[in-house]
Ligand binder design. Structure first.
Ligand code: MEV
Length: 415
């Protein structure tokens, strides 16, 4: 029986950690070796990914444990530089009753900007009259996407009034299946633009995907039982949530915490985290006011219900997901077959991360946990090894005197 409920993963020696991941994800010897290499992205691969490569920039890769999403236990890879993020998500997942998540159809928006319209309404009519023809043309060059059940689905048009005159904005809605979609959508927009110019007499300018993927969203929810969390903690979390729901300064940080987990998992799978970030924040501001991406309420039993909803444009085909050796292993570890399934796990991670932050902030405060880690880092910097690290860190935390100097003093036996 595969289980994501692994306790004290951090206390196990590296070999054992790798063996757990290998077993869970049925990795090959070669894949497991890659993970153990700490530099799997060689020059040749990196040089094919971007320009002017002179090195690589590694991030720690941690394993978030205890997640159950839609009844399946999953281990989630986190590529992140910030301490506490992995532990917080794992702990929140452990306390939850499991996540239920649902991704929408993978429909992305491609935008085409039309300028120079003498009569915007007439231009819109001309496009809409030919919608079928344009969709056919858009799909013409993308037989693979169409074969897999995707393709251009719909065109929407509207006028915007700007200080440089009226413009017509077209949205080409494309089901991109398991691709992130930028390439397919951008190509389609460029392909149909000459026809649109002919139909409307306008000039087409920008032809580009929108990262505000309102048709490609994901929802996740879970319950934290009052018996696990405690009634007072629930009240405190609800107060913390109301703060974010009514104050943009707080909502921004609240959402930053959500993205701590989301980005970490998005990066670990080789996906475009800037696209997900941009989409998330624009979505949070859709109602004209910047809002938290999560919602919390107390249900009839007195348990805490949490929910998250945001756009999630992720791909499993193309891009770094397929070229980055560790990203490929991470996708295998997650055991996902579709981009939607991946989005469902990552949205659950975002909710768990947010819950963990609210729980810590609204109760004991965030610094206590941070300080424990900080103290450990200081002890290690001072040269402590093995069990001594925790002993020295513990003593410094107790004394509320955390520094390398103090760590050295304790090591030298100074009281
Ligand atoms: C720190 O990276 C994230 C938090 O600030 C999130 C929050 O305040 O909700 C702890």
């Amino acid at each position: 029986m595969k289980t994501s409920k692994i306790s004290k993963f951090y206390e196990k020696p590296l070999e054992e950690r790798l063996a757990i991941v290998k077993e869970f994800a049925s990795l090959t010897e070669e894949e497991t070796e890659q993970l153990g290499k700490y530099g799997a992205l060689g020059f040749e691969t990196a040089n094919r990914m971007i320009e002017n490569v002179y090195s690589t920039f590694p991030l720690p890769l941690g394993l978030a444990t205890n997640f159950t999403v839609n009844g399946r236990e999953v281990l989630v890879p986190f590529a992140v530089e910030e301490p506490s993020v992995v532990a917080a998500a794992s702990n929140a997942a452990k306390m939850s009753s499991g996540f239920e998540a649902k991704a929408s159809e993978p429909v992305m928006i491609g935008q085409i900007q039309l300028v120079g319209a003498k009569d915007a309404k007439k231009a819109i009519k001309a496009v809409m009259k030919n919608e079928k023809l344009l969709l056919g043309k858009a799909n013409e060059g993308d037989s693979t996407l169409v074969k897999f059940g995707g393709g251009a689905r719909k065109i929407e048009a509207r006028e915007i009034r700007t200080k440089r005159g009226a413009m017509v904005i077209l949205h080409l809605l494309v089901d991109v299946r398991d691709a992130m979609g930028a390439n397919a959508v951008n190509t389609m927009c460029e392909r149909i633009s000459p026809m649109i110019e002919e139909m409307t007499g306008c000039e087409t300018r920008l032809k580009i995907i929108s990262n505000l993927a309102v048709h490609r969203t994901v929802k996740a929810k879970t319950i934290w039982k009052k018996e696990v969390l405690g009634e007072q903690a629930i009240e405190h979390i609800l107060d913390a949530y109301e703060f974010a729901a009514n104050d943009e300064y707080r909502a921004c940080t609240h959402n930053k915490g959500i993205m701590n987990g989301i980005d970490a998992a998005v990066i670990a799978t080789g996906n475009d985290f800037r696209a997900v970030e941009a989409g998330a924040h624009a979505y949070a501001a859709m109602e004209g006011k910047y809002r938290p991406l999560t919602k919390y309420r107390k249900n009839r039993n007195g348990d805490l219900e949490g929910e998250i909803e945001l756009p999630m444009a992720l791909g499993l085909v193309g891009g770094a997901t397929k070229t980055h050796p560790i990203a490929k292993i991470n996708v295998k570890l997650l055991g996902v077959k579709t981009a939607g399934e991946l989005a469902e796990i990552i949205a659950s991670v975002g909710l768990a991360q947010n819950f963990a932050a609210l729980r810590a902030l609204a109760n004991e405060g965030i610094q206590k946990g941070h300080m424990r880690l900080h103290a450990k880092n200081m002890a290690i910097t001072a040269g402590a090894k093995g069990e001594r690290i925790d002993e020295i860190a513990g003593q410094m935390a107790e004394e509320k005197n955390i520094s390398v100097t103090r760590a050295k003093e304790i090591m030298e036996g100074k009281k």
